[in-house]
Ligand binder design. Structure first.
Ligand SMILES: Cc1cc2nc3c(=O)[nH]c(=O)nc-3n(C[C@H](O)[C@H](O)[C@H](O)COP(=O)(O)OP(=O)(O)OC[C@H]3O[C@@H](n4cnc5c(N)ncnc54)[C@H](O)[C@@H]3O)c2cc1C
Length: 438
């Protein structure tokens, strides 16, 4: 580049990572802003990916390290945008970086601090299905591979304002003097020539549909919880077991459209659930060929390349059963086995089925901070709070120079997120080259 242009990418999931790599390879400087301690997004939480059933983290890991090592990419983890204003040919973006309390360039990820830390906390990455320590690595293969201290639960930091000087075990044991309790949150200003938004999605809370008893019954879980349970690096080391009694399930029901295509909740289709539930049923069968899986659906929506064939394979090779019908209620028996009440549309009968485990395919909804982000960036959201675009220009937001890709625009799978990311990178590159300042 004649004069260095810089582009900011907000969100370090697969979409943000792909956009950053494309731009960096074109010679742009990229500031990649991620709110969590590591990049990777939801893809890092998945066990396998449809339709090939490849190991998700095995595909993602090389991209994580390419991003980390790329001389044109600067990762800003634990960071969030505070405000955006237009400044001549570029933007002025204020970013708040939360204190990690660990020096990123000193930590060698030896884990001695984790061994010594006395405080256990429910682990968000593992969908709260296991505990981590107050000092922790966000996930095993996380990038950057450095610890972070959770201020709220750290004995030393949470007692500081009470005048107590306690614990500091991590500091005592660290061989690299990487613990730095003096770190404070920092606000920095960046001047990118273009911005790409890639803040992804979160799952709809199924407790909003009371008849599914998600919060009450331990053997009713979400798709993302299932992904962690079946994953070798997850809380059960990949042993698929029920939360109530740790017994391996033999009969699993996967319920579709939980909060999606539902006039009381999200009216839209979440687009990936039919295919990922099929994947989850196939994986169950690969773990234990005696497992029977039942997918309860309204219509099967598997529009991607090779997806219909994937569904046919699930039926023929893995004996996955598809039941057209909506589950109206779930109860449990004395052994905490969920009992499903549903209408079988094919036979027009009201039926019941007792299973060992229920997996809810909850709707994909925009990340929780999207309204604040949209307001600070001066962009519009659509009626469902996804980032607004127009059909003929699906990568452009309502503000010039700010582009969008991935699941923060609408529910989409990984291949579509990657395609959109490369498209957003191309458009942002073009815009930044024309608006790089004098
Ligand atoms: C149960 C389940 C199984 C799935 N299985 C498959 C599958 O097998 N195959 C497939 O193709 N797809 C699958 N998907 C869909 C897949 O997860 C998404 O397509 C993919 O994660 C979208 O990537 P993304 O980068 O757009 O968003 P995300 O993965 O959500 O990443 C967004 C990133 O942005 C960060 N972020 C959010 N807000 C901010 C902010 N304000 N500032 C900075 N950072 C922020 C987040 O922390 C996150 O790191 C599945 C989805 C679910 C729910």
């Amino acid at each position: 580049m004649e004069k260095e242009s810089s582009i900011m990418v907000i969100g370090g999931g697969i979409a943000g990572i792909q956009a950053s790599l494309d731009l960096a390879n074109l010679g742009f400087h990229v500031d990649l802003i991620e709110k969590e301690p590591c990049i990777g997004g939801r893809m890092a939480q998945l066990d396998k990916t449809f339709p090939t059933n490849d190991c998700s983290i095995c595909i993602l890991s090389p991209k994580l390290s390419d991003c980390y090592r790329h001389p044109n990419i600067k990762l800003h983890t634990l960071s969030e945008v505070q405000s955006v204003s237009k400044k001549e040919k570029c933007y002025s973006v204020e970013v708040k970086k939360k204190a990690r309390f660990v020096k990123e360039d000193a930590c060698i990820n030896c884990g001695l601090c984790i061994e010594k830390c006395p405080t256990k906390v429910n682990d968000k990455f593992d969908m709260y299905l296991r505990k981590r320590k107050a000092i922790y690595l966000y996930y095993l293969q996380g990038v950057p591979a450095v610890m972070a201290i959770d201020k709220e639960h750290c004995l030393y930091l949470s007692n500081l304002d009470k005048g107590k000087d306690i614990c500091r075990q991590c500091e005592n044991v660290c061989p690299k003097e990487a613990i730095d309790f003096s770190q404070e949150d920092q606000i920095s200003t960046f001047n990118p020539n273009a911005i790409i938004l890639a803040t992804g999605f979160r799952q709809f809370n199924p407790s909003n549909i009371p008849q599914y008893k998600y919060a009450e019954f331990r053997n009713v879980i979400t798709g993302l919880e299932y992904e962690r349970l079946i994953c070798a690096s997850g809380p059960t080391n990949g042993h698929l077991e029920r939360l109530s009694d740790k017994k391996p399930p033999k009969k699993i029901a996967f319920i579709q459209c939980v909060g999606s295509r539902d006039i009381k909740n999200q009216k839209y289709c979440s687009s990936v659930c039919c295919t990922y539930s099929t994947k989850e049923a196939i994986l169950a069968n690969e773990h234990d060929s005696e497992i029977q899986s039942f997918i309860f659906y309204i219509d099967i929506r598997a529009a991607g390349k090779g997806f219909q064939k994937y569904i046919e394979r699930a039926k023929q090779e893995y004996q996955v059963n598809y039941v057209k019908g909506i589950v109206s209620e779930i109860k449990i028996d004395e052994n905490e086995n969920p009992i499903l009440y549903y209408e079988n549309i094919a036979s027009s009968e009201l039926c019941t089925m007792t299973v060992d485990l229920v997996v809810l395919a909850s709707a994909m909804i925009p990340s929780d901070n999207i309204e604040y982000l949209a307001e600070s960036m001066g962009i519009e959201l659509d009626e469902f709070n996804f980032i607004k675009t127009v059909p003929s220009e699906p990568i452009k937001t309502t503000r010039k120079g700010i582009f969008v890709c991935g699941a923060c625009k609408e529910p989409m799978d990984i291949p579509s997120s990657v395609t959109e990311a490369s498209a957003a990178a191309a458009q942002a590159a073009q815009y930044a080259s024309q608006n790089k300042g004098d």
